[in-house]
Design a protein around this ligand. Structure first.
Ligand code: NAD
Length: 493
């Protein structure tokens, strides 16, 4: 069991409400387990609709005073939070490894990316400004302003418990709203610790709150009339449900879903570099990344050479406990999820893909209770195969030969998802074609994983995203505010 200040030896996760720690009153609960060791870490009681109602009402009251504060005052606790997150980054990363299963380096990198969003939100005095024009009409000046709206919520997934809450939280409060986080019930400990730091950072009570729970808790948030808008990140079926429910209840919504991402490798690419980046993209975080490129489409003239390089690189990855030195790939989130990934591998075999590297027999000494799978690589993966179409969310990479970039782009665009893609090439013309024709939200050229920095929006397309304004950066300012125009005339008389 872990012990944090807010949960003590009982190791029961708590809500952060009105500047204080409170127990959830729902009847369901879950146990959070270290995916590598099988150790029970904490009990996660789910919050009821009454808990949600209380939290939203407190958020609504806090909004009145917070939204009227000068913007320069609103960002001071964010500067403080950035400092606290940096001071506690190693400790947070260790907790993240225990609760999620990824490696310490991956956890640290994730936290760094989260902190970058706090930094961007500290620029809100400039970012929130809108235009104004003197003499817009005879004797009339006009100016546009952005106003905060009230209480917002974000519902986040298990795979980036340190970063994804920070895609939303800093922007929501910097723009003058109050905010409620509902983290994944599978691994809520980093959020628990994050809110201990929020408590230290000096936000007024009720401006930032944490509610733990599962689907019923989410539905209570989406149905509450005091919630102005909801951000969601998770699987596509739930993203769709959340988007529809929020919209039906008249709320703003942005819902990021699952993915199936492609890498295209042309014969002009630096093949060794491309193979190394492909392996890191497909297998880092155990493949539990919405940006993992797990289908590689390779020009046929270099298919064999590239395949050999990828298999060799993938086979060299060390699977183990994320806190042990030398580990490249950690554990999967749960035994159930490990089984889902194993089922996909079996499906790939039955569909006739060529099993080039089989990661199912991995044995991590000393961690017999862990949810481990080693890199698995399939060759000759055709477009109609399930493993080519569905999100596997595990360490499984599919390879296929294509005649040229046109065929690769056509196949990539045929996917129901549109989260990310990468092209490895030495040709500017191929890169331009890829940028122009790719129906994908995050497009990388000679980049393994197309993850935008915090000052750019993080955008998926098609079934990877429902809504129009994306997470991170300027889009968040638009999501968290509404615009008004002042039209003024002051006649001399
Ligand atoms: P998930 O959809 O199971 O859960 C996400 C959140 O939804 C959790 O907080 C959970 O409590 C809540 N939830 C689950 N079922 C619900 C229901 N029936 N009604 C209401 N709420 C419900 O996703 P996950 O397994 O935690 O995360 C993995 C998924 O997230 C993958 O599909 C991955 O691609 C996706 N993801 C997408 C992005 C992106 O930016 N597009 C980023 C990270 C993860």
């Amino acid at each position: 069991m872990v012990e944090l200040q807010s949960i003590g030896q009982s190791s029961t996760v708590r809500n952060y409400v009105d500047g204080d720690w409170r127990d959830a009153s729902g009847t369901d609960e879950l146990t959070s387990v270290n995916p590598a060791t099988g150790e029970e870490l904490a009990t996660v009681p789910f919050s009821s609709a009454d808990d949600v109602d209380e939290i939203v009402q407190i958020g609504t009251e806090a909004f009145e005073e917070w939204s009227a504060r000068p913007v320069e005052e609103r960002i001071q606790p964010l500067f403080e939070l950035k400092q606290l997150l940096e001071e506690h980054q190693d400790e947070l990363a260790e907790l993240l490894v225990k609760d999620h299963g990824k490696t310490f380096a991956e956890a640290s990198g994730e936290l760094r990316r989260g902190i970058e969003n706090v930094e961007v939100a500290c620029g809100i005095p400039s970012m929130m400004q809108s235009g104004s024009l003197l003499n817009a009409a005879p004797d009339i000046d006009e100016s546009a302003v952005r106003k905060p709206l009230g209480v917002f919520t974000a519902i986040t997934p298990f795979n980036f418990p340190g970063m994804i809450p920070l895609w939303f939280l800093p922007y929501a409060v910097a723009t003058g709203n109050s905010f409620i986080l509902k983290p994944s019930e599978q691994n809520p400990l980093v959020a628990q610790r994050l809110f201990e730091l929020v408590d230290e950072a000096g936000f007024p009570d009720g401006v930032l709150q944490l509610v733990n729970g599962g689907p019923d808790t989410v539905n209570a948030l989406l149905d509450h009339e005091g919630v102005e808008g909801a951000s969601f990140v998770g699987s596509t079926p739930i993203a769709k449900l959340v988007y529809e429910r929020a919209a039906k209840n008249g709320k703003r919504a942005q819902a990021q879903g699952g993915a199936k991402n492609h890498i295209i490798v042309t014969e002009t690419a630096d093949l060794e570099f491309a193979a190394e980046k492909t392996v890191s993209s497909a297998f880092a975080c155990g493949g539990e990344r919405c940006l993992a490129n797990d289908i590689a489409l390779i020009e046929e003239s270099v298919y064999e050479e590239f395949t050999d390089l990828v298999v060799e690189e993938a086979a060299s990855q060390v699977v183990g406990y994320g806190l042990d030195d030398g580990t490249d790939i950690g554990a999967l989130i749960s035994p159930e999820h490990e089984q889902t990934v194993r089922n996909y591998i079996q499906t790939g075999i039955e569909e006739g893909a060529e099993l080039l590297l089989d990661g199912r027999d991995v044995n991590v000494e000393g961690y017999e209770d862990g949810n481990f799978l080693a890199p698995t690589v399939f060759g000759d993966v055709t477009e109609d195969m399930v493993i080519s179409q569905e999100e596997i969310f595990g360490p499984v990479l599919g390879l296929a030969a294509v005649s040229d970039v046109d065929e690769a782009i056509e196949r990539m665009n045929g996917s129901q998802f549109g989260n990310a893609a990468s092209l490895f090439t030495g040709s500017g013309a191929d890169a331009r074609k890829f940028r122009h024709e790719g129906d994908i939200g995050n497009l990388g050229v000679n980049v393994g994983t197309s993850a935008p920095m915090a000052f750019f929006h993080f955008g998926g397309w098609k079934d990877s995203f429902f809504g129009d304004l994306h997470a991170q950066g300027e889009d968040m300012i638009h999501f968290y505010t509404d615009k008004a125009v002042y039209i003024e005339r002051w006649p001399d008389a």
